[in-house]
Design a protein around this ligand. Structure first.
Ligand SMILES: [Ca+2]
Ligand SMILES: [Ca+2]
Ligand SMILES: [Ca+2]
Length: 186
């Protein structure tokens, strides 16, 4: 497997961190795949869930995750490094399966990109996409959102990057890991 990058995240919201391995996949080589962490009861052994709906394309590189539709699961933007090949957006159904929604989301013309990132550049509570030297503003929805500014002290880095934020509102639980100085929960 020719992996050009990977990432870890809680694919299905069960509290255990899963793995997503991105694969450049030259002809006949294995596709990108999801490895599901089966948690404490199974001694944290990973189950190979193969593509989990992520279509195969030669030239995929590092996967980039963010909850672009504010439904509390992480979605995937997979950019492509070869000229002419385009990146794709996959939405997570919350149970660990992905569906491609590139054109519907308006991000269908990102080609030959070497990196992508999610971030709320306009501070309106939804994640916007930076890819291929372009900025795609997310039109969002009318859900409420909460911005949490984290401050590390002592042995914790000053922006508390890596901290886990858990929020309970009635019966609903939300969880996020800080990768920047501010975390957003919906
Ligand atoms: Ca999980
Ligand atoms: Ca989502
Ligand atoms: Ca935004």
């Amino acid at each position: 497997m020719v992996s050009d990058g990977g990432t870890n995240f809680d694919l299905d919201g069960d509290g255990s961190i899963d793995l997503l391995a991105g694969n450049l996949a030259h002809g006949g080589q294995p596709q990108s795949r999801v490895l599901h962490n089966q948690g404490l009861d199974k001694d944290y052994v990973f189950e190979d869930r193969e593509s989990s709906g992520i279509m195969c394309q030669e030239s995929y590189a590092s996967p980039t995750l963010g909850d672009c539709d504010d439904d509390d699961d992480l979605d995937l933007f997979f950019f492509a490094v070869y000229g002419g090949a385009r990146g794709h957006l996959f939405r997570n159904n919350g149970a660990g399966q992905f569906a491609q929604t590139t054109d519907e989301a308006g991000v269908g013309n990102v080609r030959n990109s070497c990196q992508a990132a999610w971030g709320d550049y306009d501070n309106d509570g939804d994640l916007d996409l930076f890819a291929g030297g372009r900025l795609f503003r997310n039109s969002g929805n009318k859900d409420n959102w909460l911005k949490v500014k984290l401050q590390g002290t002592g042995n914790v880095n000053s922006s508390a990057i890596g901290a886990v934020v858990r929020i309970q509102l009635g019966e609903k639980h939300s969880r996020g890991r800080s990768k920047a100085a501010a975390a957003v929960a919906t």
